[in-house]
Structures are given as structure tokens and as C-alpha cells.
Design a protein around this ligand. Structure first.
Ligand code: HSE
Length: 442
């Protein structure tokens, strides 16, 4: 445990992993040491770096004597005060974090996958060891959203969060929509810039945003949610044709992560979902482009507050990690941590609202044979399921006699909408499975 009240002024940092983020942390620690000393009175030193793959150290600017290929040499080094875990993935990161806590180190991690799946175990281990875990970098890179919800907004009951939490997908969508880039090229570019996860499937299928949403929701709603509670869809099934049609209607496409408190008939619940959504171009999240992230938080006292910044990449993520290191060195982290009640067992569990019970508007694209009565039948089935049409466009007929019908619905229950789709898809004039995208935040 760090004893800042003992007058300790020198803090030594050990880093596990020298990938994009690890090298950023080393760079920021080396470059900002004098500034940090000036600002905090503390001397925060880069002491050791563990990296198995020596090839990654090619351009390293630190003294080679700091390097080891054995993480345990960092964890067990008695002079290391703070261990930064930036290996990513579940194992061996989970074991190393537990060992570092047991060895009395403060841990800082950017590992949202680890915290979203093993958070409870690790936070309990930290409390038992009278230590703490800093995790500002795990959500939205350089945007200090964890500190803002934990501290700045502490007076509020948080009613909802709606955000763009994944930089890679936002980068891909921006390139596709604005420059007509192909999905594959845009993804490659995001990878080469160091935005994407080691396994980019986590980005494009919504998994990474879901990890971050679990952490934000746990913090905001004082309940324990699990990854399986989040309804998760990615951008991998989106068709560029639909994005263009939606754009003609004044909408832009974003991968949204939404957590919303709901109260019905006196019972409380929370909606937790990650999915593509069409938002009007005037919506505050519509102008969030490229790798930028943003979160709109609605508090009962503040109303809407928006956080915006770079959600991925070497230096923005390093900035958040170094902030946690400073917090640990100052001694404030251990105090906050014991009072945070984050991931603790005895909190009341708020029920998660099933997706079928979520209300939304929908964009839906039907591909049908162009013949009399088709439009009437579509409208009739939607009406029978209480799905009301807000607007409708028919695109020009193609040579094969097929036509696209685009319908925007009014707000309706997801369960009703899906039942209507199922019935429509069984009709003889429907030529391809229908495609839908939710409209707005719901
Ligand atoms: N792959 C993540 C993203 C990195 O694209 O947002 C930051 O968590």
C-alpha cells in the first residue's frame, strides 16, 4: 500500500507490456517527469518494463537496463510502487494483476475486457490487499469519464448514458460515409494507427463498446452488471446502401452504447445495449467523427453533460494511465477506492430490461417484387402489430422487377416490430431478408 502520508516523494512505476499503450506510458512518464514534479511535488520514475517480445523495443527510448522479459521481475521488485498492466486480454493479465495486488502494489490498467469480465474478483482482491486499481484508461482513452462520473457528478442520480465508446468503429464509419472507403480498407487503417484491439472482431462486433458500457453502468447505477446483460450488435452487418438511404433522409450512422434507467409501475430497471443507430445530423453525437469518442450523461441535477475526446491511441490512453499513477502517488486513489463501492457484492441488483421491451423507432428496408398490392400488404401487417409508419420511400425498380421500400416507423416496442418483420418475411413477394437499423437513442 502506498503511504503518501509518510512523506514518500519518490514513486517507481513498472509497466507490463510494451505495445502501443505501454510505449505511450513510457514516453509520457519520461517526458513529463519534470512537469509532474513541478505540479505535484512527487518524483514519478519509470523503473522497469516487462515485454516478452524484444522486437517491440526496437524504437524504445528508455535505458535498456530497465527492460526485462519476465513480468514477475516487475511485480516482485520491492522498489516498484505502481504496476501498470497494459498487456490486454484476460490471461496472463488477470493473474499478474492479482499477484501485483497481493504484493502490495497499486495497479493501473486500461484493460476493459478484464474488468468487465473479472472486475468483481479483482476489486475484491484490491480491497483485501488494502490497495487499489485505477482504471480511467479503460473507457474512452484520453477522456476522463470515469473520474467525472465518480467524482464530478457524484451529486447526481444518473438517469442515462449514451455514447460512442469505440474509436475504431467510429473511424471506420466516418471513412466509409465521408470518403466512400471500403470497410476492409478503413479497418486496416484503424489497425495501423493503433486504434483497434489485438482482435479487431471485438471492435466491429460491438464487444469492446459493451465492455466499456458494463464499467460505466456499474459505476453510474451502483449495481453489478455483467457482459451478458448487454444486448450487443456491431457494425459488421451494416450495408452501405442503407447508410446512403438514411443519409438522404437526414440521418447519420453511429455505433451507440446506451444505458438507461427505467421506472415502470414503481419498478426500476436498466436498459443496456450496444447497436448501430441512425441519429439526426443535428444530434450532438452526430458530429463526433473519426477516432473520437463522446458520452452524453444525463444527471438529475445537471441535466445533460457531454464528454468528448480521443477514445483510442497511444498518447491519449497514456494520458489517462499517468493520471491514475499520479492519483496513486498522491494517496487519493486508495482513499477513493475503499469508498467507491464499485463491484461490491452487497449492492442491490437493478434488473435489466429485456431487449423485447425496449422502445425504438426503426428504419427498415424491404426488398420486394414490384406489383400492385405489395405496399398495402406491408402497411397492413405493420398496422396489425401496432407499428405505425412515419415515412416511406420506394426506390426505382431494378431490371429484375425488384424494388426497395424504405420505411421509417414511429416509436414502438421491439417485440412488436420483430413480430411484424417475421410475418412480412414469410410473404411470397418478399425477395430478400429485410434489414433494419434502430433510429435515435430510443
Ligand atoms: N479498440 C478500442 C477503440 C481502443 O477502438 O476504441 C480503446 O479502448
Amino acid at each position: 500500500m502506498i503511504e503518501n502520508d509518510s512523506g514518500k516523494k519518490i514513486f517507481r512505476v513498472g509497466i507490463l507490456g510494451y505495445g502501443t499503450v505501454g510505449s505511450g506510458v513510457a514516453q509520457v512518464l519520461l517526458e513529463s517527469r519534470p512537469t509532474l514534479k513541478e505540479k505535484t511535488g512527487l518524483d514519478i520514475r519509470l523503473h522497469k518494463i516487462a515485454e516478452k517480445d524484444e522486437a517491440k523495443l526496437k524504437e524504445a527510448r528508455f535505458d535498456r537496463s530497465l527492460w526485462t522479459d519476465d513480468a514477475r521481475k516487475v511485480i516482485q521488485d520491492p522498489s516498484v510502487d505502481i504496476v501498470v498492466e497494459v498487456i490486454g486480454g484476460i490471461e496472463p493479465a488477470r493473474t499478474f494483476v492479482k499477484e501485483a495486488l497481493a504484493a502490495g502494489k497499486f495497479v493501473v490498467t486500461a484493460n476493459k475486457a478484464l474488468l468487465a469480465t473479472h472486475g468483481q474478483e479483482l476489486f475484491e482482491a484490491a480491497l483485501a490487499a488494502h490497495s487499489a486499481i485505477g482504471f480511467e484508461a479503460s473507457v474512452c482513452g484520453g477522456v476522463p469519464i470515469i473520474g467525472a462520473i465518480r467524482d464530478g457528478l457524484v451529486a447526481n442520480r444518473i438517469d442515462s448514458l449514451c455514447g460512442i465508446l469505440n474509436g475504431t468503429t467510429n473511424y471506420i464509419l466516418t471513412r466509409m460515409l465521408e470518403e466512400g472507403a471500403s470497410y476492409a480498407d478503413a479497418l486496416k487503417e484503424a489497425q495501423s494507427r493503433g486504434y483497434a484491439e489485438a482482435n479487431p472482431a471485438l471492435d466491429v462486433t460491438g464487444g469492446d463498446a459493451a465492455h466499456k458500457l458494463v464499467l460505466l453502468a456499474n459505476l453510474s447505477f451502483h449495481s453489478i452488471f455483467h457482459l451478458s446483460d448487454v444486448h450487443t450488435e456491431g457494425i459488421d452487418k451494416i450495408s452501405l446502401e442503407d447508410v446512403r438511404y438514411a443519409s438522404e433522409l437526414g440521418y447519420t450512422l453511429k455505433l451507440l452504447a446506451i444505458a438507461r434507467r427505467r421506472e415502470e409501475k414503481g419498478a426500476e430497471g436498466v436498459e443496456l445495449r450496444v447497436h448501430p443507430a441512425l441519429i439526426p445530423r443535428a444530434h450532438p453525437l452526430a458530429s463526433v467523427r473519426d477516432v473520437f469518442n463522446a458520452v452524453l450523461v444525463r444527471g438529475d441535477a445537471t441535466g445533460e453533460v457531454m464528454f468528448y475526446g480521443r477514445g483510442a491511441g497511444k498518447l491519449p490512453t497514456a494520458s489517462a494511465i499517468v493520471a491514475d499513477i499520479v492519483d496513486a502517488a498522491r494517496g487519493s486513489a486508495s482513499q477513493t477506492f475503499t469508498k467507491l463501492q464499485f463491484f461490491q457484492k452487497d449492492r442491490p441488483a437493478l434488473p435489466v430490461v429485456p431487449m423485447a421491451q425496449v422502445q425504438s423507432r426503426y428504419y427498415v428496408h424491404f426488398r420486394v417484387t414490384d406489383r400492385p398490392g405489395v405496399m398495402g400488404k406491408l402497411a397492413a401487417v405493420l398496422g396489425e402489430h401496432e407499428v405505425s409508419i412515419a415515412s416511406l420511400i420506394q426506390k426505382d425498380q431494378q431490371a429484375n422487377g425488384e424494388v426497395s421500400i424504405i420505411i421509417l416507423t414511429h416509436q414502438t416496442l421491439e417485440e412488436r416490430f420483430r413480430r411484424a418483420l417475421k410475418e412480412i418475411e414469410a410473404l411470397p413477394f418478399v425477395r430478400q431478408p429485410s434489414r433494419f437499423i434502430r433510429v435515435g437513442e430510443g
